[in-house]
Design a protein around this ligand. Structure first.
Ligand SMILES: [Zn+2]
Length: 358
């Protein structure tokens, strides 16, 4: 349902996870009532060395959450902690804000902003002006002392968040404010409240925080050079998005005692392909999380990567997506030309034999 787009110079990470996972479940869990929950401000940095106060302060990679959704903050904190516990290592400090939006404005109006320009759409605003002020105030305080942000960065970023909140933007994004400073914005739409399950919300949450855990999103040097050079053929978007979708689907399944997440990933990719139509298959520009997760599944089957490297986040530590896997290589071409060779075997979705033959 959502819109995953790629900016080539700045990675824009959005979830597309909210629709596909919910096809078979109908339980309702979220409510219309926005539940304000306070986020106590706590100092977020400590001195790198007590012996040398001239060193730049090192920020603790903590996670702050401000929640105006119908889900309890305690539950959200628990789920984020669960996702975090799966990571091999953690670097970024993360601020998550979650808020409800109402009906979409008609005709559709795209929101102008610096980051994610025209990606989100206007909706009725369900939180008060004071609540918006409170969210922005918390982020502003959280930004304080972060050495990678100058005052112009902070002004620009806060202006974007303000715009999204004041116009009821249906955000679902991780904004890499800096290499190790990540903002997650999640809007809970009417459709999510009325038709989606708690598992869908968990998948949405896991997807976004996984992006915040990806350590190489903003890696410069050869990583960004290769990404920019490859342009729309770059591996970055589909691997980043596919990794988040794979992780989120697997963890939500684990939480609900399910083991068939691989089948689910392939089923969702098949449905996405059907929506798009075979003719556009090779365009690879829409729903990169869905086909990307199927492509990563195939890479696991072909022993190109380990599943563990997705599930513990280490696949996204050193820019393997560009530096280890060249988009022009025969093996990546095979993956991109074979991920959709999927069959439904008595309800279990799996790769056809021809996809697995090297
Ligand atoms: Zn995403």
């Amino acid at each position: 349902m959502i819109r995953c787009i790629a900016l080539l110079t700045t990675m824009l990470l959005l979830t597309v996870s909210c629709s596909g996972a919910s096809d078979t479940e109908t339980a309702q869990v979220a409510t219309d009532v926005a539940t304000p929950t306070e986020v106590p401000f706590t100092p977020t940095f400590t001195s790198a060395s007590t012996l040398n106060s001239s060193l730049t302060p090192t920020l603790v990679p903590n996670i702050e959450i401000i929640n105006y959704s119908g889900f309890s903050k305690q539950a959200i904190k628990k789920w984020v902690a669960l996702a975090e516990s799966k990571m091999k290592s953690r670097e970024s400090r993360i601020f998550v804000f979650i808020y409800p939006v109402g009906k979409m404005k008609t005709p559709e109006k795209r929101i102008r902003s610096d980051y994610a320009d025209r990606v989100f759409r206007e909706h009725d605003v369900l939180i008060s002006k004071d609540e918006i002020k409170s969210i922005l105030g918390e982020i502003e305080r959280w930004f304080e002392g972060d050495p990678c942000l100058d005052s112009e960065d902070k002004r620009q970023y806060l202006s974007d968040y303000k715009t999204w909140l004041e116009q009821g933007g249906d955000t679902s994004t991780m904004h890499p404010a800096c290499e190790r400073t990540r903002i997650v914005a999640m809007a809970i739409t009417e459709n999510m409240r009325e038709h989606e399950t708690i598992k869908d919300f968990q998948t949405f949450l896991f997807h976004e925080v996984y992006h915040a855990f990806q350590q190489d999103v903003e890696m410069e040097g050869e990583c960004s050079r290769k990404r920019n050079e490859a342009g729309e053929n770059s591996n970055s978007v589909w691997m980043n998005e596919g990794g988040a979708h794979y992780f989120a689907t697997a963890l939500a399944a684990e939480l609900h005692g399910k083991t068939n997440y691989r089948s689910q990933i392939l089923e969702i990719a098949s449905l996405a392909l059907k929506r798009k139509g075979d003719s556009e298959r090779m365009g690879h520009d829409t729903e990169p999380d869905k086909w990307g997760a199927a492509a990563l599944s195939l890479m696991i089957e072909l022993n190109m990567i380990t599943e563990e490297s997705i599930l513990n986040g280490s696949l996204f530590h050193e820019c393997a997506r560009e530096l280890e896997f060249d988009h022009t290589s025969a093996e990546i071409q095979q993956v991109k030309n074979s991920w959709y060779l999927i069959e439904n075997n008595s309800g279990i979705f799996q790769f056809k034999e021809e996809a697995l033959t090297k």
